[in-house]
Structures are given as structure tokens and as C-alpha cells.
Design a protein around this ligand. Sequence first.
Ligand code: AMP
Length: 125
Amino acid sequence: MSVNGLPPYDTNNIFARILRGEIPCKRVLETPHALAFDDINPLAPTHVLVIPKGAYVSAADFHATATDAEIADFYRAVGQVGAPLETGGYRLLANMGHHAGQEVPHFHVHVVGGRALGPMLKTPA
Ligand code: AMP
């Protein structure tokens, strides 16, 4: 299911294929409802993607339609991945749709840290 005008879930997106085991990933953490793995193109020393195992396109889709158990498990996984970075600090980021440049249409949170990250947003030229 999708909401807010986003296209329906594409079952062949890269993260769906990772979840099916068709594409390898460098696994960081797996929980009943979430998978965390290293970003293939890291922007910082730590760059982990946390994805729900369910088929959700966006935050609106996930938060409106996932079960409470899925949502709790997902955010606990995000917290667990971020925990080792708490001392130095880190950033959680989620891109949704065209304006945010979302590349993979499966809801995910980036956990980025391990160096000073600079300003939150860079304005395009
Ligand atoms: P976004 O732009 O928020 O949709 O981010 C998608 C992220 O997925 C990017 O940071 C990519 O580097 C990352 N990515 C794409 N393909 C893979 C892959 N096969 N394994 C791990 N990360 C990937």
C-alpha cells in the first residue's frame, strides 16, 4: 500500500531484493521486523541503512500502515545502530520522494556518523 500520492510499492527495488537474499549486503543488525546494513556508498565512516522488512514506500506509508510491533521494533533497531555513535554524535536521515532525492523506494533511515557532519542541509546550486 502507498499513501500521499507515492507510487505503489515496487517489489523489485534494491532493498526488496536484499531482503529476499537476491543481492548481498553487509549486515549490521537483524531483528524480527528490521534489517540494518552498510550503505554501499558511505558518506561517513559509519553509514548504515535501517529498513523495515515490510513493503513500505515512505515514512507516511510505514507510520500509517505498519503494526505497532513493526514500528517499535524498527525504531529500537535504529537506536541500537546509533548507540555506539552517541558519544561523538551522529545523524538520522530519511529521504522521501522527489524533492529529497529518494533513490530507493523502500522506507529507510540512514544512520551516519564517525566524523563531523557539517550543516544539516546543503542548498542546491
Ligand atoms: P536514498 O537516496 O535515501 O533513497 O538512499 C539510498 C541509499 O541506498 C544510497 O545511500 C545508496 O548508496 C544506497 N544503496 C543503493 N544500493 C545499495 C546496495 N546494494 N547496498 C547498500 N546500499 C545501497
